[in-house]
Design a protein around this ligand. Structure first.
Ligand SMILES: *[C@@H]1O[C@H](CO)[C@@H](O)[C@H](O)[C@H]1NC(C)=O
Ligand SMILES: *[C@@H]1O[C@H](CO)[C@@H](O)[C@H](O)[C@H]1NC(C)=O
Ligand SMILES: *[C@@H]1O[C@H](CO)[C@@H](O)[C@H](O)[C@H]1NC(C)=O
Ligand SMILES: *[C@@H]1O[C@H](CO)[C@@H](O)[C@H](O)[C@H]1NC(C)=O
Ligand SMILES: *[C@@H]1O[C@H](CO)[C@@H](O)[C@H](O)[C@H]1NC(C)=O
Ligand SMILES: *[C@@H]1O[C@H](CO)[C@@H](O)[C@H](O)[C@H]1NC(C)=O
Length: 746
């Protein structure tokens, strides 16, 4: 990707977003139509406001109440920001936004984007055990505050019981907009402005917040499955929920308001299971807000997106964010398809009825007629198909929810559903709370079932429910929906950064999925990078508790350089779409919390180090200023690859060489010497790596040592692929500090 595409004038940038947003929201913005605009003002003018009142008065001056042609100007302030940006969100028309352009101190105004939201067993799977090791050593995240921006949460849920949890630290300034907060759930802010009966109509935020820091709850299960102790990653940490999403959507103005409040309130970690499409960082509210958080020492984890397995499908690509992909855990909720030809095919379903037919039933694939909607079991598509009393095969995809497909089958009189992956989804299956007996199976198994249906005049099948199976040795595997690189907004930074549990994760839920009533202990199993993000946020809280002096970049580096490369079976982590998992899929690898606690060396980055990097992306000084919240003059630029990042993207033409400098900080033993051995360097054919420092010698903790790496592409070597990958690791005693390489050949 060419950096030039970001060298656009401010006016063009404004028009670009306007067009994009209009297309995305698929309505034509007439002059009279009011939209929420995000307005950026010049930071220099915004400095020196001691009283928030002065600032808001200044903001308000951009929205004069005028009367034109007998019509009152309807522009109204939605949010006035104090931390994450100098500016505000206001409802106005495109013409009114344009009218502000001439006002002094104005930088930009653009319609807001819409973002989308994308056990219990997982701590053990990640090597966290009660009273042992890192979990005990980090005091379970005691005293750390995790801010979660989501759909809200459920205060009365036992996952938010505060037994044994101390009051929040004195720095905490947040508050609760509703009753029900305690020492676990210390903050609950409503920033949506939408009327909803409960504080989390959706359930998503209850799930993510309990995954990050839920308290211990015994006998947690769904339909009796996955029974065990439910607990978040940092059970003694505090949770502050910023409700920025409704059942419908997540508005950028509310997300910015949530981050603004979280920074003010004093959170230590932020978890955002939210994302939109790739945009330059100064136009991406999450990137802009996360930068301020990072400047204040707050660690920010975000979901990578659920738009996989397609290339360049990532959200949240900024280097100051930890971008988290989704992988499986070693647990399946088994539902086996038994065919009339005696074949048995393993699938999954969370709903496991005890009394399902043991005898074979008629089996049908309505999609055999070649109609997409029928194959996908879209709503109403089975009305003219005889599925009564039958087991129905539905294909995954077609923009129809997996559970919705089952509802269509049920409505049409079908008795069970076999949900078959399409080719791109490979063997990625999910245990969902289906509304009827079901089995979600992989692509190849689906093809086998369809071939069987073709082979006989009376195809038959039934489902056998085998409950919870632990110890699936191929885990972790990357699931098909996890978004992939390459990074579009900053092609020289490798993303995603890391993967963590995001498939069939059990955590708190506001209502019973069995009967939709509110009961005391309700859980649900859902899937998404939305689920992997709070795992990493919780682990960041543990690391922060055990290393209060580590910067966000140091915490991130510790997680990335120690991430696992192999699954339980000892083989390289696989991609469930039946390909090897490449760096664009797993980034640095699968998080290993205990190793992250003792990484030996870290690649640290100071907030101001990002400024020459942002200037190097071709952004104007003003655009960088929007992100950095200060006056920036882009006199100094660095290439993306010169940021002190714990991974590399190396673009090389034939015969070309490139040199990268990195600086590591010793957080391990004072006297230590890290070396490189041949076994720790992996390079694709035709690439030579020159390391002029064969050893990094340290005599003190926190000592920094810099070194250069030169990558040379042999002009004689024939490169038949556009991309390749590799890695290197510095090693000393038990420490292995690994950094992955992604090569692009041009
Ligand atoms: C959130 O705020 C909006 C607007 O003030 C209000 O209508 C809604 O009821 C609030 N939601 C909850 C759950 O309090
Ligand atoms: C869950 O496990 C607990 C403790 O082992 C047990 O008492 C309880 O009956 C189990 N619940 C279910 C639904 O299996
Ligand atoms: C992107 O997708 C295509 C087609 O699936 C594939 O050939 C290519 O290697 C992928 N990866 C990258 C990094 O472009
Ligand atoms: C089954 O038969 C249909 C129609 O004859 C054909 O289109 C399809 O490819 C066959 N499927 C398999 C898996 O053999
Ligand atoms: C709904 O299901 C839950 C289990 O999740 C059970 O405890 C509760 O009693 C059920 N409520 C009703 C009204 O059936
Ligand atoms: C790297 O490239 C430069 C020219 O771009 C050349 O002068 C230098 O010798 C090369 N170094 C190596 C190690 O190939």
């Amino acid at each position: 990707m060419d950096n030039n595409r970001y060298k656009i004038s401010p006016l063009m940038a404004f028009m670009f977003v306007l067009t994009l947003t209009t297309i995305l929201n698929s309505y034509s913005a007439t002059a009279a139509e009011l939209e929420t605009y995000i307005v950026h003002l010049n930071s220099a003018k915004g400095q020196g406001f001691d009283q928030s009142q002065d600032r808001e008065t200044w903001y308000q001056s951009f929205l004069p109440s005028t009367t034109t042609g007998g019509l009152t100007d309807e522009r109204t302030m939605v949010f006035a920001y104090h931390n994450v940006l100098t500016g505000f969100a206001a409802k106005m028309s495109a013409e009114q936004a344009k009218a502000m352009e001439t006002m002094e101190g104005f930088i930009s105004a653009r319609p807001q984007r819409k973002y989308s939201t994308q056990t219990t067993h997982t701590p053990n799977f990640l090597g966290l055990h009660q009273n042992l090791g890192f979990w005990a050593g980090s005091n379970y995240g005691k005293g750390i505050i995790i801010g979660v921006l989501d759909t809200g949460t459920t205060p009365a849920h036992p996952s938010f019981n505060d037994e044994g949890i101390l009051p929040p630290p004195a720095k905490w300034k947040g508050k609760c907009d509703v009753a029900g907060c305690n020492n676990k759930l210390i903050g609950l802010r409503n920033l949506t402005g939408i009327s909803e009966e409960h504080f989390d109509e959706d359930g998503h935020g209850t799930h993510t917040s309990s995954t990050a820091a839920g308290s211990f709850v015994d006998d947690a299960n769904v339909f009796g499955n996955a029974n065990g102790t439910a607990v978040g990653m940092a059970p003694l940490a505090h949770v502050a929920m910023y409700k920025v999403c409704t059942l419908e959507d997540c508005e950028e103005s509310a997300i910015l308001a949530g981050m603004d409040a979280a920074v003010e309130d004093g959170v230590d970690v932020l978890s955002l299971s939210l994302g939109g499409e790739s945009l330059p960082f100064y136009q991406d509210g999450i990137a802009v807000g996360a930068f301020t958080a990072m400047q204040k020492g707050i660690f920010v984890a975000c979901s990578a997106g659920n738009s996989g397995p397609f290339n360049s499908s990532l959200s949240n690509e900024a280097p100051w964010i930890l971008t988290v992909g989704a992988s499986t855990v070693d647990r399946k909720i088994s539902s086996t398809v038994s065919l009339g030809n005696k074949a048995l095919l393993d699938g999954e379903s969370l709903f496991q009825p005890k009394d399902f037919s043991k005898t074979l039933l008629p089996l049908v694939y309505p999609g055999a007629n070649g109609v997409g909607n029928t194959a996908w079991c879209a709503e109403g598509s089975l009305d003219d198909v005889d599925v009564k009393g039958k087991v129905v095969v539905c294909d995954r995809g077609g923009d129809v929810g997996r559970i919705e497909k089952g509802q269509t089958v049920k409505d049409a009189g079908g008795v069970a559903m076999i949900l078959a992956n399409e080719a791109t989804e490979g063997s990625s299956t999910i245990a969902d709370a289906h509304v009827l007996p079901a089995s979600h199976i992989g692509y190849k198994d689906g093809v086998a079932i369809k071939a069987y249906i073709n082979s006989t005049t009376s195809p038959l099948a039934t489902l056998m429910f085998r409950g919870t199976v632990i110890g699936v040795e191929s885990a972790p595997e990357v699931t098909s929906f996890s978004s992939r690189g390459p990074n579009l907004a900053s092609p020289g930074i490798l993303k995603p950064d890391i993967i963590g549990p995001g498939v069939s994760v059990l955590a708190a839920w506001p209502v019973s999925v069995e009967n939709n009533t509110q009961t005391s202990t309700t859980f649900n199993m859902i899937s998404g990078t939305s689920m992997s993000c709070p795992h990493l946020a919780g682990i960041a809280a543990l690391l922060k508790a055990s290393h209060p002096d580590w910067s966000p970049a140091a915490i991130k580096s510790a997680m990335m350089t120690t991430a696992d490369q192999v699954s339980l079976n000892g083989r390289p982590i696989e991609d469930e779409r039946e390909l090897p998992a490449d760096v664009f899929t797993i980034g640095s690898g699968h998080v290993n919390p205990s190793k992250a606690n003792d990484p030996g060396l870290v690649f640290d980055i100071q907030p101001d180090d990002y400024i020459p990097y942002l200037c190097g992306l071709g952004y104007t000084s003003q655009q960088v200023g929007i992100i950095a919240k200060k006056t920036v003059s882009c006199s100094e630029t660095i290439l993306e690859g010169q940021l002190n990042y714990p991974s590399y993207v190396i673009t090389l033409a034939s015969g070309q060489n490139k040199t990268y400098t990195r600086t590591v900080t010793n957080v391990g033993e004072a006297k230590s010497t890290y070396t490189i051995s041949v076994t720790n360097v992996h390079l694709p054919p035709g690439i030579i790596l020159e390391i002029r420092s064969p050893a990094l010698k340290f005599t003190a903790v926190n000592q920094k040592v810099a070194y250069d790496l030169t990558f040379i592409r042999d002009s004689k070597a024939q490169m038949n692929v556009p991309y390749a990958e590799g890695s290197m690791a510095w090693a000393y005693g038990k420490y292995v500090v690994r950094t992955p390489f992604s090569f692009k050949f041009i």
